[in-house]
Ligand binder design. Structure first.
Ligand code: ZN
Ligand code: ZN
Length: 738
């Protein structure tokens, strides 16, 4: 062979980046053996380095073992790196120790992989001893190594409890988004909104800041001792501050970074943007947006997605859309952001449509995408679509993803299929506090005692309780009328778990006392709350006054509500119905006049049902549905049949100046009755009917639906704004207590 050929082979070995494929790497190795055997240890180390770039662990190891000990530092570096990038972190660290024991001195190329392995094994002590080694070698002034050290400290010096969140940064977001979607279901002016809104989740994801600050001290020290800092160093420290919730410091550092000669890059900006979206600071967010445009980052996918998130959190979905449409390239991440933007802001239909578009555009959804879209199915109670997605999730192997499974539990529970929810829950590899909470909340909404026994199991399993799970437990007690148990859990929560009761907890208990007829006790309880009660807490009691026909208390409670919110439509509507039912038409008329003067309208009741993959919505007395004729016919037919079985319409809440026939008609066309009639005529006999309603089911409809379930031989599941009702054979799962 000519020396010229050998020269060119050497040139290849010097310039690793020229080798673009595994095949080329092996080809080069083969030629080397053919032309230069025996190959020197130095040249072999270069081949190993190239192999490790392609993650060819086995080939690297085989070659490594042919070299006489002690192998050159470069070979060790490659082996350590290759182990780490193959996920064999322990092997990587063992090799690091072996390397030192054979007398090879690690250089700046070795430490990043070693520190990465320490992070992955969550071994801070080992990381610290590596830091000692770095200092002894005088490498602590090295930029590359310094960045790796900061990263190690930023990631490892966090309290244990929150580590999973760091591993999966999307978890927090996902939790946030499905809670938000719940909030959107329960309109704030609605009675009992607190029961399932789950605002308390904040407590669950908030970090104990003081402990973390300790970790950041070390990071800062490393940062300060670095003689040269690059964008990565700044990014690491800014990100550390953002993760620890020290936003002021993060922003201060951003400014400082700008003052030094470095310009923030797309990673910096996308780290900083969530601060503004979390604090709903549209003004500052827009400043960053402006900065991004001026510096040519506006086409960047990272930034684009962060901006979409920011605008969505500030409820500016239109701006999110605009940004999305301007992105030169939309990947799964930016699709996720825009879909989440819709779902979080209650635009469920649009979210689902975008998801379909994403699939049509051949963008493969990330595991995370499913947990974003699932709450939309849950909200629209589109069980069919939810099941289709579930099948898709199984096909794409995403069913073992903890967050996806959790969102499936939530979806099935909210679509009224509690059995499937439980099956998925039971088959989850690990159940974390969020999945337990979802499952318990699912049971609570169905009024199952299982909620309470599952909560006991959760305690036995040693899973940490959180504020939301107690909302679920108290809700379950409330739905089952368990006053003593509720008191017990309420005090356990504060005394044993150190969770301060929030509005939802108070509301659940007040609601329970009210339903049990203990109105005075409920009144005293609300009056003694250590946080200021809201209108919705009081209005839970007001609806109890209506059920128990206690006018004196109702007046007292209404006064409290109007002190807090003089425009509380829900309270006026309740009073109006209450006086109407009692035949106090004069009082009722007064309220009607006040409402008119204030420009208030009772919120229209709306029910929806999914038929053949399409969601149909019905409003009380609405005649606009294309099949209205058939629906009306079915309604009359059903009414006649249940009247023959003994059903008597309860028209007590309809003004008395309306004639009997009109009254009978008015109650029979409540929105859930229309939806059920439509369900009956458009599905085969015996199919379960699932209806969702935005308000509480009225007493008359509840009675009528019990009759319908028996007469028509159908299981009917109605989800109202508070809970589920399973009607079967003339009975309801709530035991008429709702
Ligand atoms: Zn009704
Ligand atoms: Zn019921």
């Amino acid at each position: 062979m000519s020396t010229c050929y050998q020269k060119s082979l050497r040139a290849f070995l010097e310039q690793e980046s020229v080798i673009k494929t595994k095949h080329q790497a092996k080809e080069l190795h083969a030629r080397l053996i053919r032309t230069m055997a025996p190959v020197s240890a130095i040249l072999n180390s270069k081949i190993i380095s190239i192999y490790s770039n392609f993650n060819l662990l086995q080939d690297s190891l085989t070659l490594f073992n042919t070299i006489d000990s002690p192998q050159p530092t470069k070979a060790w570096k490659s082996i350590i790196k290759c182990y780490a990038s193959s996920g064999l972190f322990l092997n990587s660290l063992t090799s690091f120790n072996e390397m030192r024991s054979v007398g090879r001195i690690p250089d700046r190329n070795v430490f990043p992989s070693v520190l990465k392995s320490c992070v992955q094994l969550r071994d801070l002590r080992l990381g610290e001893s590596v830091h000692g080694c770095v200092m002894r070698l005088g490498l602590d002034c090295d930029l590359y190594t310094g960045n790796a050290l900061m990263n190690m400290y930023a990631k490892l010096q966090l309290p244990k409890a929150q580590q999973p969140f760091d591993e999966f940064p999307e978890r927090k977001k996902q939790v946030g988004s499905f809670r938000n979607s719940w909030m959107a279901i329960n309109h704030p002016d609605e009675v009992n909104v607190h029961l399932i809104s789950g605002v308390g989740l904040k407590d669950m994801t908030e970090k104990p800041i003081e402990m973390e600050a300790l970790g950041m001290d070390t990071v800062r020290k490393v940062f300060q001792t670095m003689p040269i800092r690059d964008v990565v160093s700044w990014n690491t420290i800014i990100q550390g501050n953002v993760h620890g919730g020290r936003y002021k410091e993060a922003l201060g550092m951003l400014r400082e970074m700008g003052n030094s000669d470095l310009k923030p890059d797309s990673f910096t900006l996308s780290t900083v943007l969530p601060i503004f979206s979390k604090n709903v600071d549209l003004k500052k967010g827009k400043e960053i947006h402006g900065f991004a445009i001026r510096h040519g980052f506006d086409g960047d996918g990272f930034i684009g997605s962060s901006l979409i998130d920011m605008y969505a959190n500030c409820t500016r979905v239109e701006d999110s859309y605009k940004l999305f449409s301007l992105l030169p390239q939309c990947d799964a991440v930016s699709w996720n952001s825009i879909i989440a933007a819709c779902v979080q802001n209650g635009r469920f239909d649009e979210g689902l449509e975008l998801f379909r578009q994403m699939l049509r555009a051949d963008i493969e959804p990330l595991g995370h995408s499913f947990s974003i879209i699932m709450p939309a199915c849950a909200h629209l109670t589109t069980l069919t679509l939810g099941k289709q997605l579930h099948a898709y999730i199984i096909r794409t192997g995403n069913d073992e993803n903890l967050y996806v499974a959790s969102s499936l539990v939530d979806m099935y529970a909210k679509c009224g299929n509690i059995k499937n929810a439980r099956w998925i829950f039971d088959n989850m590899e690990i159940q974390d506090s969020v999945s337990w909470t979802d499952m318990i909340m699912g049971y609570a909404m169905h009024g199952h005692y299982d909620a309470i026994s599952l909560f006991e199991e959760m305690q036995m399993a040693g899973v940490q309780s959180n504020s939301v799970v107690f909302v679920a437990v108290l809700t379950a007690c409330s739905h089952a009328g368990l006053v003593n148990e509720a008191w017990k859990y309420f005090s356990t929560m504060t005394q044993n778990h150190g969770i301060a009761p929030g509005l939802e907890h108070y509301a659940a208990l007040a609601d329970l006392l009210g339903r049990a007829g203990r109105l005075q006790e409920a009144y005293d309880f609300i009056s003694s709350m250590h946080i200021k009660p809201t209108g919705s807490v009081w209005s839970a009691l007001l609806s109890a006054c209506r059920v128990h026909r206690n006018f004196e208390m109702a007046d007292k409670v209404a006064k409290e509500i109007f002190k807090i919110d003089p425009e509380y439509t829900g309270a006026y509507a309740l009073l109006l119905n209450m006086y109407g039912a009692a035949g106090s038409w004069k009082e009722a008329q007064k309220i009607r006049i006040t409402m008119r003067r204030k420009g208030m309208k009772k919120k229209p009741a709306c029910s929806w049902i999914e038929v053949k993959n399409k969601v149909h919505a019905f409003v009380a007395g609405d005649k606009s549905h294309p099949f209205y004729g058939q629906i009306d016919e079915a309604l009359q037919d059903i009414l006649e049949r249940i009247e023959n079985e003994g059903y008597v319409p309860d028209t007590s809440e309809i003004p008395h100046d309306v004639d009997e026939e009109q009254k009978r008609y008015a109650v029979s066309t409540h929105s859930e009755r229309l939806a059920i009639a439509f369900g009956i005529i458009s599905s085969p006999a015996g199919t379960t009917i699932r209806v969702t309603k935005n308000l509480r089911v009225c007493v008359d409809c509840h009675t009528a639906i019990k009759f319908i379930s028996k007469t028509m031989g159908r299981e009917i599941i109605v989800r109202d704004n508070i809970r589920f009702h399973h009607f079967k054979d003339g009975n309801c799962s709530c035991g008429d207590y709702w």
